[in-house]
Design a protein around this ligand. Structure first.
Ligand SMILES: *Cc1c(COP(=O)(O)O)cnc(C)c1O
Length: 373
């Protein structure tokens, strides 16, 4: 089959996932797989090895687990499996994904404390130290790497240094950064990270990926507060009992697409090259938008290359939905704002999106600024 004969997507998604994927990623879903057959299990095994290498060079100390569902399901699997009954979680939050971690923990009746630095400020490291000093009951600390709510990039290394100084288990939600921003979780002393199939690795939605320090994962045995989200049991099945087999039905087509997406990440030159492309996209976007009179929500020093929040134009005539519809008609889907502290909208840079696409977007924005005329 000539995949170039398939119709193009009607628009480019400039959203933080699901995002625009390549035709080749979509096309490998055009066949069916048997979940207990060796063909399929070998794909799962290889996928687990490859995705682990994106997070760390220390493939002995760490392992990967795949979990059905969207990214939040995997966050919930980690929170619900890593914290013992008498444990306590300190959540560093500066956006809705940090708040969601706290919400999950409270749902599961886990003792939870939140240090919220506000949507436009990085975590307060002094306050973190003070909290860890004052509350020895805290056993685990969590942070979101790229807070997709705003586009803020949080200092995982600096936080990790303090967390480890106090000997706590460290969980980072790297949902919107793993595969798109270079880092090594062994170097940053992180115990658990999570991403999903439809973010920087550029697959389609359907499952999450957890990278865990083996020694910490082994402690999770018997701790889970949910059967289907039992991280330890999920790992034991696919790693030890029946390598490559998932507990319960696996998202076969999505898994195959993700495997293709991993190959394409490698072809692009790996995480470093992808980071370069996303960064060029983001700089091109911000420079062009500033020339058109838009302002970013965050100062450049806090900004990730993943997604950018822009303040709404201060014009009576501006309406996000009208602006959105005009851009969509021209082939671009942007994203509503999510911060509570300012009126804004967001534009993502991740997915099968190149600087030329951003330049075309800027042309489309220019002729869609009806409130100016
Ligand atoms: C996308 C995302 C999630 C997970 O969202 P789902 O809708 O459940 O896939 C969690 N954290 C961050 C930072 C994200 O960007």
């Amino acid at each position: 089959m000539d995949i170039n004969m398939l119709p193009d997507n009607p628009y480019l998604l400039l959203t933080p996932g699901p995002l625009s994927t390549t035709k080749s990623v979509k096309s490998v879903m055009l066949r069916d797989w048997c979940t207990w057959d060796e063909d399929y299990k070998s794909i799962v095994r290889e996928l687990r090895e490859r995705v682990l290498k994106l997070a760390t060079a220390d493939t002995q100390a760490y392992t990967s687990v795949l979990m059905q569902g969207s990214g939040t399901f995997s966050v919930e699997a980690v929170i619900g499996s890593m914290i013992p009954e008498n444990g306590k979680l300190l959540v560093l939050a500066n956006g809705s994904y940090g708040q969601r971690i706290a919400q999950i923990a409270r749902y599961l009746h886990i003792q939870t404390l939140v240090n919220d630095s506000g949507e436009q400020a990085p975590p307060d490291l002094k306050k973190l130290e003070q909290t860890l000093q004052e509350d020895p009951e805290i056993s685990h600390v969590s942070l979101v790497h790229c807070e997709t709510t705003t586009g803020m990039l949080n200092p995982i290394k600096e936080v990790g240094r303090i967390v480890k100084q106090y000997n706590k288990t460290y969980f980072v939600d790297t949902m919107s950064s793993l595969g798109g921003i270079p880092f090594d979780i062994a170097e940053d002393d992180i115990d658990f990270v999570v991403t999903s199939s439809n973010k920087c690795i550029q697959g389609v939605p359907g499952f999450g990926i957890i990278i865990a320090r083996r020694a910490e994962l082994e402690k999770c045995k018997g701790r889970a507060r949910s059967l289907s989200l039992d991280l330890y049991d999920q790992w034991k099945t696919m790693d030890i009992d029946d390598p490559g087999k998932w507990r319960y039905t696996s998202p076969t087509h999505t898994v195959r697409a993700f495997y293709q997406a991993l190959m394409e990440l490698e072809e692009e030159g790996g995480v470093a090259k992808r980071y370069e492309r996303y960064s060029t996209n983001q700089r091109t976007l911000v420079q062009g938008m500033r020339e058109l009179g838009f302002q970013t929500l965050l100062p450049d020093a806090y900004q990730s290359p993943i997604i950018t929040s822009f303040l709404n134009p201060e014009s009576e005539g501006y309406s996000f939905m009208d602006f959105y519809d005009r851009l969509k008609a021209k082939g671009f889907v942007i994203y509503p704002g999510k911060v509570t502290s300012a009126e804004s909208f967001r534009i993502g840079n991740i997915g099968h999106v190149y600087p030329e696409d951003i330049k075309r977007l800027l042309e489309a924005v220019k002729v869609s600024m009806y409130w100016k005329s």
